[in-house]
Design a protein around this ligand. Structure first.
Ligand code: GLN
Length: 474
């Protein structure tokens, strides 16, 4: 599929040099969104503000000012990020009508470099899900086949990039939500080290694993967006400092790099096409001079269970703020405060959010706290130790991103266990807080397959370099 968008830095150069205008780019983006609205990737467009910003950028360029390294580049944000000029819903009925009083730091940083947010993308409500079917509004379709899911929860963002609606999109990843839709749609999806990108102004899901990252068509574009959005933020005390924020891939040789393949995933429930593609990728790595070794994670089989205890626990706490008194929807028929809480939450939350609130309050309740939540936290510490040990032996760990290609819309909706199992390969990096990227393989006639590569904490630049070196060869 030829894209109508050049690489991000080329677009910005053309705007800065006056070869093209920000307005024409915004118009092209809005027209494509309109044209492909039947994919249901977009919840709302930010038309007036985007056009106004484009015009002011063009006017500054006419005056001879340099606008920034993303001058005039349109982008799409997942609708759990606060933006000016449109509602922010997290795809949940409970936030219908909520208008953001401030903007997320990531959006501010992109805007400061001249990028223009044109639309808000669909997601599983509050980012709970793996297919975008949990959106309270609509189900996004996979760009390669409308009967299939785009993956989730950032399904709208990944679909939008592959549908060519904008040169890049932002997603959030708590257990795989950037990597999985990137894998199902054929995009590059990057989950940075925990704390590398500010979460200020992004609706919290599970705060101890939530991260924000780009979804792009190639690794270089990811690097450019990361250079703009990464960095400490006084408004998010969990942000970390790196010695260097230089992510642009340089000349990089795979020769001599040691890549770990996870022993425990061999022969597990991974589909034939994914296994074949993964095997080919390993052969490619070897032929490029990489040293492939086996690494063992005896506890990895518990990582999914661990995630689905810790995440709902944090979700139940984070969702307690939606009670009808502060944000969005409030049931107007309630006559007492108690009734207002009950009705607002009963009507406003969808099935999956309610399931997670119940699961989360259960594992945190006295009597069960030690049996579930505490055990999961201990296991998480052990998992971190296992990854630390593995990174003493190898530079990167490689797995498929998902056990299979995109599944059919409706196929897993009534079976939560099956849906949760989609995340088996991605939750580990989230629990451990390490960077992980999904790069597409098999794009062409068949459905895309994502290859996931992970690196040790704060090795984001190495990971981007590695992924960039591999991307053209698989
Ligand atoms: N699919 C996972 C879940 O449902 C991860 C979601 C996410 O990363 N936001 O929890």
């Amino acid at each position: 599929m030829m894209s109508q968008w050049k690489d991000i830095d080329l677009i910005a150069n053309e705007v800065n040099s006056g070869k093209t205008t920000a307005l024409s780019l915004v118009e092209k983006s809005l027209a494509t969104i309109e044209d492909k609205s039947d994919y249901d990737a977009i919840i709302s467009v930010i038309k007036d503000r985007a056009i106004e910003r484009a015009k002011s950028i063009d006017a500054r360029i006419v005056k001879g000012e340099k606008v920034g390294r993303l001058a005039g580049v349109p982008f799409i944000a997942k609708d759990n990020m606060l933006t000016f000029g449109s509602a922010t819903t997290a795809a949940s009925n409970i936030l219908k009508g909520f208008v953001a009083p401030y903007q997320a730091t990531v959006i501010e940083r992109l805007e400061a470099e001249g990028a223009i947010c044109v639309a808000k993308a669909n997601l599983d409500a509050f980012a709970h899900g793996s297919s975008t079917e949990n959106s309270d509004f609509m189900v996004t379709k996979n760009p390669h086949n409308k009967k299939l899911v785009p993956g989730g929860s950032s399904g709208g963002s990944a679909a939008a990039v592959i549908l060519d609606m904008a040169p890049f999109a932002l997603g959030t990843d708590t257990g795989g939500s950037i990597r999985l839709p990137a894998s199902f749609c054929g995009a590059v999806g990057f989950k940075p080290t925990y704390g590398l990108v500010s979460r200020n102004g992004v609706i919290a899901m599970a705060s101890s694993t939530d991260v924000i990252g780009p979804i792009t068509k190639n690794v270089r574009d990811t690097a450019i967006v990361m250079e703009v959005i990464a960095g400490q933020d006084t408004l998010d005390s969990t942000t970390i400092k790196l010695d260097s924020y230089d992510f642009i891939p340089d000349k990089y040789s795979l020769k001599g790099k040691t890549i770990g393949v996870v022993k425990e995933f061999e022969g597990s429930d991974i589909s034939k096409p994914v296994q074949t593609k993964f095997g080919q990728t390993i052969e490619t790595l070897k032929s490029l001079g990489a040293n492939v070794i086996e690494v063992s994670f005896p506890l990895i089989e518990y990582s999914l269970a661990c995630y689905y205890i810790i995440a709902p626990a944090e979700i139940s706490s984070n969702l307690s703020r939606y009670d009808g008194t502060r944000y969005g929807f409030s049931d107007s028929k309630a006559t007492t405060l108690e009734e207002s809480y009950n009705k607002t939450r009963s009507l406003g939350f969808g099935r999956e959010a309610k399931r997670r609130i119940m699961l989360g309050t259960y594992v945190l309740s006295s009597g069960y706290y030690d049996a579930y939540y505490n055990q999961a936290q201990k296991l998480r510490t052990k998992l971190i130790e296992e990854y630390n040990q593995a990174f003493k032996k190898c530079d990167f760990i490689i797995t498929p991103t998902a056990p299979d290609v995109a599944f059919a819309i409706g196929e897993n909706v009534d079976d939560s266990m099956k849906m949760y199992l989609t995340d088996v390969l991605t939750v580990g990096a989230s629990l451990v807080g390490i960077p992980a990227i999904s790069i597409p393989a098999n794009v062409g006639n068949s459905l895309p397959i994502g290859i996931q590569i992970m690196a040790d904490q704060k090795h984001d630049a190495d990971l981007i370099n590695f992924a960039n070196a591999l991307e053209g060869s698989i």
